[in-house]
Design a protein around this ligand. Structure first.
Ligand code: FAD
Length: 413
């Protein structure tokens, strides 16, 4: 009889979400992390619980899910969150019209009450500079102000680890899964680099960017990720009083995030091919971000800074990179002869709880226990993803067009 019901490999936000959910369901769980929990990708995110403004034009479902989670965390753990106001300035010649940005925010405002945000405001150039001193005034046409939430990531990581441990789970820190023992067509144990073995009835691979590698240790090959590198500049010293959204390298919008006495600027979003361990910040990426920042906040850009980077572990689906959904995906390795191994990939800091619950529902099914939540594994039910994507895209485009036309023709709010 295995010592554990469930063994989770990887203690980032994804693995911790599963660990917490398993504890709540009364499972005997163990989480194996080769370093310290939350110190890899999870530590270098922007630390925002955002409502998915970026996804609205093509993935309104992800935006809705993210707003629902913000509402829940605000209610259950308000101390972890801080309101963060952002300005989105628009300059002459940028090609983007304030009216269109406002139309996007009209759509975002549909979720404002849900995520405890104020409705957006349109600011004149003078009002924008008054709110964010140092903002370049030349060519500034105006700005849109809106709210998001910042989360204290180390405290969230600690809270999830404690919750799983208090429920009877074991956390093995500084222990790397080096291989798996596969016996009788099942994963019997995870073999650790110190020679130890962890036996469990079900295994969940939540190794983030390393999920493909960890799946291969069990002889599984169905996990396919597209890794996308995100670089942030970190600027010590007093941060600006508000956040800012601006066109980063290549025109992609990036942010300025005041954060614990520092300012984070980014992240970029570029493909990374090759093993995760080979990823690093290129001097050119750092310089490109700094130059883009200098066009909006020149004084901040002149300060000395360092750079950090992380890899987004996005499950592969066909479609243009910018249309890749940030939804999580559960790979059930039963399809390749390993019925007690699952891989969780993708997802957001903001959606750690639905990720954990979705995995838990599949784990409980495999353990033959009743599930407290409806099984959500849409992938496994063979849902027609291209059609769902096309439907979501059409719905998002329809809403955006509606608000754009209303704003342009009727001038209505
Ligand atoms: C730059 C950037 C900014 C982001 N900003 C936001 C944001 O503001 N808001 C938001 O909602 N989302 C954001 N995200 C997305 C999301 O937060 C991350 O994708 C998420 O944190 C990834 O977590 P993870 O648990 O999957 O991976 P990780 O945090 O990397 O966790 C995986 C863990 O597995 C461990 N591991 C690997 N191999 C082994 C092994 N063999 N044995 C044991 N342990 C192993 C690693 O040590 C690591 O701790 C951002 C992502 C990036 C890259």
């Amino acid at each position: 009889m295995a010592a554990y019901d469930l063994a989770i490999v990887g203690g980032g936000i994804a693995g911790l979400g599963v660990f917490e959910a398993a504890g709540r369901a009364g499972l005997k769980a163990v989480l194996i992390e080769r370093g310290a929990p939350g110190r890899e990708t999870t530590a270098v995110t922007s630390g925002l619980l955002h409502g998915g403004l970026r996804y609205l034009p093509y993935d309104v479902g992800t935006s809705w899910l993210m707003c629902r989670e913000i509402e829940r965390l605000r209610t259950e753990s308000p101390g972890l969150l801080t309101r963060q106001e952002f300005l989105w300035p628009v300059y002459r010649g940028e090609g983007l019209r304030l009216g269109l940005i406002e139309a996007l925010h009209d759509e975002y405002d549909l979720f404002a009450a849900m995520r405890g945000a104020r409705r957006h405001e349109r600011l004149s150039a003078a009002e924008a500079v008054a709110r964010l001193p140092g903002l370049r005034e030349k060519g500034l046409l105006g700005a849109v102000s809106f709210d998001e939430w910042r989360v204290d990531v180390p405290r969230l990581v600690d809270a999830l680890a404690r919750s799983g441990s208090d429920a009877g789970g074991d956390l093995l820190e500084g222990r790397r899964v080096a291989s798996f023992a596969v016996r009788g067509g099942r994963v019997a144990a995870a073999r650790l680099d110190d020679g130890g073995e962890v036996e469990a009835r079900v295994f969940v691979n939540a190794a983030g960017p390393w999920a493909e590698e960890v799946a291969r240790l069990a002889g599984a090959s169905m996990v396919r990720l597209r890794l996308r590198k995100g670089v942030h500049l970190v600027i010590p010293g007093a941060p600006p009083p508000r956040g800012l959204i601006f066109p980063g390298p290549g025109g992609r919008r990036v942010g300025v995030y005041p954060r614990k006495g520092e300012t984070w600027v980014g992240p970029t979003d570029e493909p990374h091919d090759g093993p995760p361990g080979k990823a690093c910040v290129q001097a050119q990426e750092q310089e490109d971000l700094r130059r883009a920042l200098a066009l909006v906040l020149p004084e901040l850009a002149a300060r000395p800074c360092r750079a950090v980077m992380g890899l987004r572990p996005i499950p592969r689906r066909s479609g243009a990179a910018f249309l890749l959904s940030r939804e999580h995906r559960i790979f059930d390795h039963a399809a390749e002869g390993l019925p007690n191994l699952l891989t969780l990939a993708g997802g957001k800091l903001t959606t750690y709880r639905p990720m954990g619950e979705d995995v838990l529902a599949v784990v409980l099914k495999k353990l033959g226990r009743a599930s407290p939540v409806p099984a959500p594994a849409l992938e496994e039910a063979g849902m027609p993803w291209p059609l769902i994507r096309a439907g979501g895209l059409a719905a998002s485009a329809g809403l955006l067009s509606f608000y754009a036309v209303r704003r342009a023709v009727l001038g209505a709010r």
